[in-house]
Design a protein around this ligand. Structure first.
Ligand SMILES: Cc1cc2nc3c(=O)[nH]c(=O)nc-3n(C[C@H](O)[C@H](O)[C@H](O)COP(=O)(O)OP(=O)(O)OC[C@H]3O[C@@H](n4cnc5c(N)ncnc54)[C@H](O)[C@@H]3O)c2cc1C
Length: 327
């Protein structure tokens, strides 16, 4: 129920554009590494100091105009330059819709090619994040096209899809990030039950560790992580064949502990003022993450005022737009 509420909030364009104007609010600052490149680089340096590498996401949603997609591409090119200039241990994660997939495929391909080309000059990897099912086929087309020219590009396979193992087998020679899947998909194409998703996720991880290239295992689920630790030990899979990934701000102690234990660890570092959709999807995944909001709202006086004001404002706007729809 709460999952559905947050998922539909994440898709609300009005709330998204309103939130952009107010900076990081409602606890988002716990899970978003600032609003500009300088703040993101500072967060990366702090993580690098603990032996943690990073993948950087310049947040952006609802891009339907060419000039917005071009601006996003330019910003991502700046991020690549900044990573190189500051010599931090980081690579890039991009979302195709942010650089024009909803506008025109060829335009988007041109933008992604420029990003991958620039990263390639610095020997930097680019991960193409996977969005919802509607965008899956063109995203894989982008990957196929870019793989003809570059080897510094990979993508994500989402375990909730019935067809995930087939997809993984087809893309086994790419550097792949394995996730459970963050979007709401129909039961015709995706498992709905956590038990089924977890079991498919484990199947994919084991298959790729035994057969594929480097595997990124992106989860906050300690049960899955413990399973992987035992599995790699049993099959003598060396640590340099895989890494664990988690999102910035989540299970920080576990992130540090895994790095300390000698596992490759990569933190996904989102930054930018377009934080709202990302933050709502995190609340949809795990409504307990509302604790983050509560902590921010109740811990600091200023945040109380700003957080409550912004919350009331957002909810007010939401109620209005829902009432409009009902009429
Ligand atoms: C680095 C990274 C990149 C991602 N990229 C994509 C992508 O490109 N496309 C996509 O669709 N999805 C992506 N995701 C999101 C992913 O698909 C899941 O929606 C998300 O990670 C939640 O699933 P989970 O595996 O972390 O565990 P869940 O199934 O959410 O949680 C399992 C259990 O882990 C524990 N747990 C989880 N989180 C916490 C916490 N914060 N604190 C304490 N305990 C916790 C709880 O016991 C929980 O019951 C990404 C996730 C990560 C980490």
């Amino acid at each position: 129920m709460l999952k559905d509420v947050f998922m539909s909030l994440s898709q609300n364009q009005l709330l998204n554009s309103t939130a952009k104007k107010y900076g990081l609010k409602l606890g988002a600052q716990s899970v978003v590494a600032g609003t500009n490149i300088e703040e993101a680089i500072q967060s990366i340096k702090e993580l690098n100091a603990h032996g943690i590498s990073c993948t950087v996401d310049n947040l952006g949603e609802f891009v339907f105009k060419e000039e917005e997609a071009t601006a996003a591409k330019e910003q991502i090119l700046k991020v690549i330059e900044a990573i190189h200039e500051h010599k931090v241990d980081a690579h890039i994660s991009i979302k195709p819709t942010q650089v024009g997939l909803d506008i025109d495929y060829a335009f988007c391909l041109g933008n992604v090619r420029e990003i991958v080309q620039k990263a390639n000059e610095y020997d930097m990897f680019v991960n193409i994040d996977m969005e919802d099912y509607k965008h899956l086929p063109p995203t894989l087309d982008l990957l196929d096209e870019l793989a003809k020219e570059y080897d510094n590009v990979g993508t994500v396979i989402q375990a909730y899809f019935h067809d995930a193992l087939n997809m993984l087998q087809k893309y086994q020679n790419f550097r792949i990030r394995l996730v459970k899947g963050a979007y709401k998909e129909s039961e015709e194409i995706a498992y709905q039950d956590k038990k089924d998703i977890d079991s498919n996720y484990i199947k994919l991880i084991e298959w790729h560790l035994l057969n594929g290239k480097f595997t990124s295992i992106a989860t906050h689920d300690h049960k899955i992580i413990n399973h992987v630790k035992n599995f790699v030990k049993k099959h003598q899979i060396p640590n340099d064949k895989f890494e664990f990934q988690m999102l910035y701000g989540f299970r920080r102690d576990m992130q540090l502990q895994l790095a300390k234990e000698g596992y490759n660890f990569c933190t996904y570092v989102p930054f930018g003022n377009d934080w709202y959709g990302y933050f709502m999807r995190r609340l949809a995944e795990r409504p307990q993450n509302l604790n983050l909001v509560a902590k921010q709202v109740f811990n600091k006086k200023t945040n109380t005022v700003l957080g409550v004001a912004a919350g009331a404002f957002f909810l007010g706007r939401l109620t209005k737009s829902q009432n409009k729809k009902r009429k």
